[in-house]
Design a protein around this ligand. Structure first.
Ligand code: NZQ
Ligand code: ZN
Length: 388
């Protein structure tokens, strides 16, 4: 049974291989000073930078460069972005990149007029913004996080070994996002599959909670099937437009708040993965894949009916003549085979985690209560040990 909720998604999307031209429709809505946010330079190699800059110039904007947003953006970079925005009286933050650039733009957007320390206020005390927020727009170049249509921003503080996400409300969501699947063609294969698993796991995190009959779960199953199907095509041909566009669209719907409606949601794989990320700075999607199977196998008995449903509906496991445990376990084996086939990291050692880090990683793992099993610290440690 669905509970009571309100639903609003504030982001306007432009999707397709001609979608960048709609930047011309959006730019006139904002002032002259545009902070152009991007990462380590991929957009200069694949031509997206030139295309965006020429549209900004045609619209008579002042371009304020803000390059070098790293994967897993840091608190130091956030402070730099805030300084750039303040010095230039910025009117629009335009992120051109993956989730890291989009997340970073949102974190800057709530921090420029904030009198407090943003890390402390938003990522330690989880307070909401009470200052002016600079609008954000995104041109997405990597499918995975869903950051293009949500209020999430994840920031890493290496000094404190913390990687923390704050999910802001609709006033922080991008005002618009441009999704051109062809922009994702130049992604290295490892990044592409990391993004694919990020999408898949976002869906799992919402699906593996609750025991009621909920439309969100049917939507989740359909999205998972689409991601699995398209991933197998994309690993053979990274320029298959149909597959890359389905992956991009699924990513957006996997985490734009829709399929969380009526769900308590789990998010423990993300809590474990983020803590691993804080210690290793590894690629986000890979930190998730590396801890997933030990976690799901451990909680399976506590959510058996849903794991059985997952096996049958998502993986096509034949249930006849088998116990519920057998069916559920076969579903996770099918998932494991798919993960290996597309080339995901299957343990945290290959991401640089070592046995002596386990205690620290466990300490930095937030324990959430929405899933089938509320973990104890010892259980977190055991799952991390099995993930090594
Ligand atoms: O920096 P550049 O040169 O752009 O290279 C990037 C980066 O090295 C590269 N890349 C992106 N698009 C490319 C490309 N290379 C070639 N061609 C392209 N078209 O890919 C690398 C990874 O990019 P990044 O933006 O870091 O990846 P992703 O989209 O996975 O974002 C990861 C960040 O998002 C956070 C993660 O924790 C992590 O910090 N998340 C945000 C969420 C949200 N807002 O809701 C939820 C997620 O669970 C996640 O936690
Ligand atoms: Zn994620």
């Amino acid at each position: 049974m669905l509970g009571n909720f309100s639903y609003c998604n504030a982001t306007k999307l432009y999707f397709g291989d001609d979608s960048l031209k709609y930047l011309n429709d959006e730019l006139p809505k904002y002032g002259k000073n545009v902070q152009l946010i991007y990462g380590g330079g991929s957009i200069k190699k694949n031509g997206i930078y030139d295309a965006v800059v020429s549209i900004l110039r045609a619209n008579d904007k002042n371009i304020i460069e803000d390059a070098g947003v790293m994967p897993n953006p840091t608190v130091e970079k956030l402070n730099e972005g805030v300084r750039i925005a303040r010095e230039n009286n910025v009117d629009l933050l335009l992120a051109v990149g993956g989730g890291s650039c989009c997340d970073y733009a949102k974190a800057v957007s709530v921090s420029v007029y904030c009198e407090d320390d943003p890390w402390q206020k938003y990522f330690i005390r989880f307070e909401e913004p009470n200052c002016k927020i600079i609008p954000v727009g995104c041109v997405l170049t990597m499918a995975g996080t869903g950051s293009e249509m949500n209020g999430g921003a994840v920031i890493t503080n290496h000094r404190e070994n913390k990687k923390i996400g704050h999910v802001f409300g609709e006033e922080v969501m991008p005002k618009f996002s441009i999704l051109n699947p062809k922009f994702t063609y130049s992604l290295p294969k490892r990044q592409m599959v990391a993004g694919i698993y990020d999408i898949f796991n976002h869906i799992c995190e919402q699906y593996f909670s609750g025991t009621d009959d909920n439309t969100s779960d049917y939507l989740a199953e359909a999205l998972m099937k689409s991601v699995i199907h398209s991933s197998l095509i994309a690993i053979e041909n990274q320029e298959d437009y149909e597959a890359r566009s389905n992956i991009m669209w699924s990513a957006t719907w996997a985490l734009n708040t829709l399929i969380a409606k009526g769900k308590t949601t789990d998010w423990m794989v993300h809590m474990l993965g983020q803590a691993v990320g804080a210690y290793t700075d590894a690629t986000h999607g890979m930190t998730l894949s590396a801890v997933s199977l030990p976690y799901y196998r451990y909680i399976m008995p506590y959510g058996l009916a849903k794991f059985k449903r997952f096996a049958i509906q998502v993986w096509g496991v034949e249930a006849k003549g088998k116990s519920d445990e057998q069916v559920a376990a076969e579903g996770l084996t099918a998932m494991e085979n798919w993960m290996k086939k597309i080339g995901l990291a299957m343990n945290i050692s290959e991401l640089g985690a070592t046995a002596d880090m386990i205690e620290g990683i466990a300490d930095k793992t937030f324990i959430l209560t929405g899933g089938y099993k509320i973990l104890t610290k010892d259980e977190v440690i055991n799952i991390l040990k099995q993930s090594l």
